[in-house]
Design a protein around this ligand. Structure first.
Ligand code: FMN
Length: 449
């Protein structure tokens, strides 16, 4: 039996994110779930009672009326996670923040603070922002192009990590007798001068129990995978099917060695929406029913515009060929929009047929009886398509069903923990605590004397 254990996060989408557009109508979901801190705290407690690794908060900063209900009205991730931190003890707290629309100093300070508040459970999910319209909320006419966005992302992570090392671990001696609060030789300014940022530092915050918060990443373009290979310790990856997930896993893990990293330095979590019932047939029926409840063409047409900068496709003739709108997507949802444009051209699809083709019923790979779902998760995990899951359950009841029926099977098979290994997210994910760079070079210098 392997020592490797599944890692499982819970992504909370309140009144319903992508693929869950009608969830807000479910009786079990309060209409204000996405802005109700008590609702989030209850989900976090549920996740922690089930020994899950982390709560995962996704985010975006641009909307129009066609966006999913959860996107229209939701809490800012770090504010939210700071509150959750005070009601949990073990659960990791992964917050999404854009490297395109935040300064590294602010990011370092906010995530560093969350790491202290949670006693070592914070992670930053680095995204470059999907929605092109975000630029106009930040005083920019245009969204930055891919290479600039991902160049900024890499440099932002480097700067943030540099700032997190501002103090060595034992910098605050607080020696009353000798009137010495801080040992100034253990405080370091960064003096970063790069292509995108100029940041002096130091950060006015000491290192936390994790040394540094964990770096997550989400974004599947070539540029996104390069960023992940260089700096990510966790990834939120799409989990559409076993074959593509395996290829993605091998691709990204294969990039680690060139950065002096090993496969164990990166945990890949695939998005999973399990649908579980007492029999496989019943679960399949339920999954289809959930899809059909949301299967409204006008709604799908509205949502289809997101990858093209929230473009309004309703202005086009639905039965004419897919319109020539490729340039609208080049800076935003390029990975998805190129797929759409290429397929529409290759198969000569009309706009209506294109929307239908990309929104057709595709059941999650994790649909079935508890045993079937556990088997599928095991296959993905042992077959190196994933190191774990980012669960996108719909209702609190669905989460209970997963944790009450599937997790015990995985635990029995030795694939999931029966108690937390650690109080920190790094500890539970099996990630090393990064050594402070200045302490490391001091130790190296001492050795070479
Ligand atoms: C599974 C997954 C989840 C993502 N979650 C977010 C998110 O919460 N917020 C966001 O701005 N972007 C999110 N992204 C998008 C990326 O940050 C990225 O900006 C966008 O997908 C375009 O880059 P790409 O072509 O590299 O994927 C996500 C991407 C993936 C694949």
């Amino acid at each position: 039996m392997t020592d490797r254990k599944l890692k499982i996060a819970l992504s909370v989408y309140g009144v319903g994110g992508p693929g869950q557009h009608g969830l807000w109508k479910d009786d079990r979901i309060p209409k204000n779930a996405s802005i109700d801190i008590d609702w989030y705290i209850a989900r976090a407690r549920q996740a922690e009672a089930a020994l899950l690794d982390a709560l995962f908060i996704v985010d975006s900063q641009f909307i129009n009326a066609t966006y999913p209900a959860h996107y229209l009205n939701r809490l800012e991730p770090l504010t939210l996670l700071s509150a959750i931190a005070t009601h949990t003890k073990h659960l990791g707290l992964i917050g999404t923040a854009s490297s395109t629309y935040n300064s590294p100093f602010n990011l370092a300070r906010r995530f560093g603070s969350l790491d202290h508040i949670s006693h070592g459970r914070a992670a930053w999910n680095v995204v470059t922002s999907f929605d092109t319209g975000t630029s106009r909320n930040y005083g920019l006419e245009d969204h930055l192009d891919y290479s600039t966005r991902y160049g900024r992302a890499l440099e932002a992570v480097e700067v943030v990590r540099g700032l997190w090392d501002s103090y060595e671990d034992d910098a605050f001696v607080a020696d009353v007798e000798n009137d010495l609060f801080l040992d100034p030789t253990k405080l370091h300014a960064l003096h970063h001068r790069g292509e995108h940022f100029r940041v002096d530092g130091p950060l006015n915050l000491s290192r936390s129990p994790q040394g540094q918060p964990v770096i997550f990443q989400a974004g599947i373009s070539e540029e996104g995978k390069a960023l992940a290979g260089a700096v990510a310790e966790g990834i939120y990856a799409p989990g559409e099917d076993l074959q593509s997930a395996r290829a993605y896993y091998a691709d990204v893990k294969g990039r680690l060695a060139q950065h002096g990293r090993t496969w164990d330095d990166l945990v890949i979590l695939v998005g999973a929406t399990p649908v579980i019932a007492s029999t496989d047939a019943e679960a399949q029926r339920l999954a289809r029913e959930i899809y059909e409840a949301d299967n409204d063409f006008d709604r799908k047409l509205g949502a289809f515009g997101r990858a093209f900068g929230a473009y309004d496709f309703s202005q086009h003739d639905l039965d004419a060929p897919f319109p020539d709108v490729g340039e609208l997507a080049e800076n935003g949802g390029r990975t998805r929009s190129r797929d759409i444009i290429e397929r529409a051209a290759a198969e000569k699809l009309s706009l209506r047929e294109t929307v239908e083709a990309f929104t057709e019923y595709r059941p999650s790979p994790f649909v079935g009886s508890p045993e079937t779902v556990a088997d599928a998760i095991q296959e993905w995990f042992l077959g190196r398509a994933a190191d774990g899951l980012n669960l996108r359950t719909r209702t609190p009841d669905d989460l209970d069903v997963f944790t009450g029926t599937v997790l015990p099977i995985l635990q029995e098979r030795g694939l999931f923990r029966t108690e937390y290994e650690s109080d920190t997210l790094r500890g539970n994910l099996g990630l090393a605590v990064p050594e402070n760079r200045y302490a490391a070079s001091r130790a190296e210098a001492a050795l070479s004397v």
